[in-house]
Design a protein around this ligand. Sequence first.
Ligand code: NAP
Length: 227
Amino acid sequence: MKIAVLGTGIVGRTLAGGLSDRGHAVTMGTRDVAETLARSETDAMGNQPFAQWHAGHSNVQLVAFDEATPTADLVINATSGQASLAALEAGASGLDDKVLVDVANPLDFSHGMPPTLSVANTDSLAEQIQQKFPRSKVVKALNTMNARLMVEPSRLPESHNVFIAGDDDAAKKTVRDLLQELGWKDENIVDVGGIQAARGLEMYLPLWLSLMGKLGTPDFNIRLVRA
Ligand code: NAP
C-alpha cells in the first residue's frame, strides 16, 4: 500500500519505519523539507535530528504535507495535536475518500506540565478532523500507547489492547488489517464504536501520563479483562 505519514516526530518516524519494513511504500510529510533536514539538534525528548534517522531509512521519501497525500492510498496523522488541523489542511487535496488514521492527541503544553487537553468531553480532535474533512474516513487508533509499542506490541510480555474508533466500518477493517501487519493480534484490537468514541481514547491521556510518571517507563499498556 502507498502510505503517507504526516509528521516527522518520533511517532511519524516509528510508524514510517515500521510500515516501510513491512513492504509499504511510505512517504512522510513535513512543513518544510529543507528546514526539517537541516535540523541538527536533538528534540526536547532526546530524539536524534530527523536527517540522522532518515539516513537509516532512505527508502522513506520526505516531502511537504501537500505532496504527501495525493498519491497515498491511506494517510496517517502523526502531527502535534495542536497543529493537526493545520497540517491536514495543507494536505487536504489528497484526503478525499481515503482512510485517515488519527494517532494524534490534543495535548496543550502552553500552560506547563502536565499538559491539558485542548478539546474534551463533548468533542475530540478526531471528530474535529472528521468534521473538517468529511470525505475522509477517520479512524482513531494507536494514540493510547508509546510509539515503540505501536509497531512492536511484543515488547510487552503479556497480551494488551489497541483501540479503534470511526464511523466507516470498511475503513476500520483496513486499519485492523494494518494493525495485524504491525503485530497486533485480531483479538487484541478493540473497536470501541463510532468516531465519537475517540473522546474516551483521547481523555485517557492524563491517566497515561500519570502512569508513566509513576512507573518510570512508557513501556506499558492497557489489558482488558472481562468476565
Ligand atoms: P510532535 O512533536 O507532537 O509533532 C511533530 C509533528 O507536528 C512534526 O511533523 C511537525 O511538523 C508537526 N507540527 C508541529 N507544529 C506544526 C504546525 N504549527 N503546523 C503544522 N505542523 C506542525 O511529535 P510526536 O511526539 O511524534 O507525536 C505525534 C502525535 O502523536 C502527537 O499528536 C502526539 O500527541 C501523538 N502521540 C505520541 C506518542 C509518543 O509516543 N510520542 C504516542 C501516542 C500518540 P514538522 O515536520 O514540519 O516539524
